[in-house]
Design a protein around this ligand. Structure first.
Ligand SMILES: N[C@@H](CCC[C@H](N)C(=O)O)C(=O)O
Length: 287
């Protein structure tokens, strides 16, 4: 007898996950890492960048857990947070438009923006960016930041800025994002490099002007994706700490799947991320 697993597939700018509502449904699931791999498999599963669980929380209104395509668990997911917020609001798991979400990377606050009875966008207060090597984690003095730190990849010299948004990001500013070999550089840091003991999401950023940056990503555990919300926040933070952009000024990050607006508020030192969240379909997976 097959187990029937109700699911919802959602995306934020094309960064798509299978969402399991473990508040409304009672599931009997295989171990999460293997199940995430199975759901994400395009040939034998549904096909996605990974799996996201919605769970009850003791410290927030709702809890999110995120598993990458390869089954590894991450501590945060920006596009996932906006989709979790939309799902929770649409399915009355929360009673107000503003509520809190617990992640392994910390507590965040989400606000859904409703337009003609539809959630049009979601703003998430992602909390403070973390810049110390010890917080990324990144090899070296744990109390120092890595801003434009020298690094050699495949015999070429680069400069990396490391930012944690609950999960680790290695940001590189490049002249021409289309010419950057993301497929070869990304995996060098994503899944094991002596500098990043837990790997990193590898982001490449091209400056357009002080308020506008193009960004492409190789995600740890999932490879190239259309968008990465925490990566967009990290890109804006890296732009500001390298004096390419300013705090309190909205920055548009142009991702392959669309745009996100990021503000680093000096009053709170928090990062605000605003962008869409879309439901693709709902269905039943047979286990
Ligand atoms: N796509 C996500 C980030 C997902 C987790 C990441 N791959 C990691 O391992 O840290 C986002 O939108 O932030």
């Amino acid at each position: 007898m097959n187990h029937c697993i109700p699911f919802t597939k959602m995306h934020g700018l094309g960064n798509n996950y299978i969402y399991l509502d473990m508040i409304t449904n009672t599931y009997t699931l295989p171990p999460y890492p293997q199940f995430a791999q199975r759901l994400a498999d395009q040939s034998r599963g549904i096909g996605s960048d990974g799996m996201i669980l919605l769970l009850p929380s003791e410290t927030a209104d709702i809890q999110m857990r995120i598993f990458n395509k390869d089954g590894s668990e991450a501590k945060n997911c920006g596009n996932g947070l906006r989709c979790v917020a939309k799902y929770a609001f649409d399915n009355q798991l929360v009673s107000a438009a503003r509520f809190t979400i617990e992640t392994l990377g910390g507590l965040v606050e989400a606000e859904v923006i409703v337009d003609e009875n539809e959630v049009s966008e979601v703003t998430v207060d992602m909390g403070e960016p973390r810049l110390l090597r010890g917080q990324i984690p990144m090899q070296g003095n744990p109390t120092e930041q890595a801003i434009q730190a020298p690094i050699q990849l495949k015999g070429t010299d680069y400069q990396v800025t490391a930012v944690s948004m609950g999960n680790p990001h290695a940001i590189f500013f490049v002249e021409d994002i289309q010419e950057t070999p993301i497929h070869t550089l990304g995996p060098l840091l994503a899944d094991g490099h002596e500098l990043f003991p837990e790997g990193a999401n590898v982001g490449f950023v091209e400056s357009i002007n002080e308020q506008s940056f193009a960004y492409r990503v190789w995600e740890r555990g999932s490879g190239i994706t259309q968008a990465c919300g925490t990566g967009a926040c990290a890109a804006a933070v890296a732009a500001i700490v390298t004096e390419r952009g300013s705090k309190d000024v909205p920055i548009t990050i142009h991702l392959a799947g669309g745009d996100l607006t990021i503000v680093w508020e000096s009053k709170t030192n928090h990062i605000l991320m605003t962008g869409p969240a879309v439901t693709i379909c709902t269905g039943t997976f047979y286990l």
